[in-house]
Ligand binder design. Structure first.
Ligand SMILES: [Zn+2]
Length: 192
């Protein structure tokens, strides 16, 4: 006579809930700044106005001590190497509403337009310098080339600083602080 096999016990899964990691907690509102762990996914509201977000971005943010900028004086290359080694990184996923995403896209468009004008000025400047060789207005080409680099540098700085909705104000070993979030968005978070 056969009997039914004993029921297979259902294993209890020992999975970690999101709140159980070492860097748990947050985000917080720290004055007018947003403070999060170094990797964080924000709630699905626009970080600018707190409305329902329709666009989500995941971005790496970098920060280093402002003192490092002093290294630009001995040389931009020295600064670039040291900053690359010492900078701290944080990842943030955040949302934007349709209106604030449209503002972001316009700024991206302005950045690219400025960059293309810079490239045009570079090509034009080189052509001008070649044609003007040995003539009175020889320096004009050089001037336009220098101007083109200024335009491209300005576009790059604007693209890095002016376009993103948030800017990293500070990053340490565990947390990141961001400027740029709206009060309506920050209100939902506790103080640290
Ligand atoms: Zn918004």
């Amino acid at each position: 006579m056969s009997s039914l096999p004993p029921p297979i016990p259902v294993p209890t899964l020992a999975y970690a809930t999101p709140g159980m990691t070492l860097d748990s907690g947050g985000p917080w509102r720290d004055g007018r700044r947003l403070r999060t762990t170094r990797t964080c996914t924000l709630p699905p509201n626009c970080v600018k106005c707190g409305q329902h977000a329709t666009k989500f971005l995941t971005k790496a943010f970098y920060w280093h001590s402002p003192w490092l900028y002093l290294l630009i004086l001995p040389g931009i290359l020295v600064y670039a190497i040291v900053a690359l080694v010492l900078r701290k990184q944080a990842y943030l996923t955040y949302g934007l509403c349709a209106q604030h995403n449209s503002t972001r896209l316009k700024k991206v468009g302005v950045t690219w337009l400025a960059f293309l004008i810079g490239i045009g000025a570079l090509v034009g400047g080189i052509a001008l310098a070649n044609r003007a060789a040995g003539r009175e207005w020889e320096d004009m080409g050089t001037l336009v080339v220098i101007l083109s680099f200024v335009i491209m540098l300005a576009a790059a700085i604007y693209g890095a600083v002016g376009v993103p909705a948030l800017r990293a104000k500070r990053i340490d070993d565990r947390y990141a602080w961001y400027n740029g979030a709206g009060d309506e968005f920050l209100q939902q978070f506790p103080l640290p």
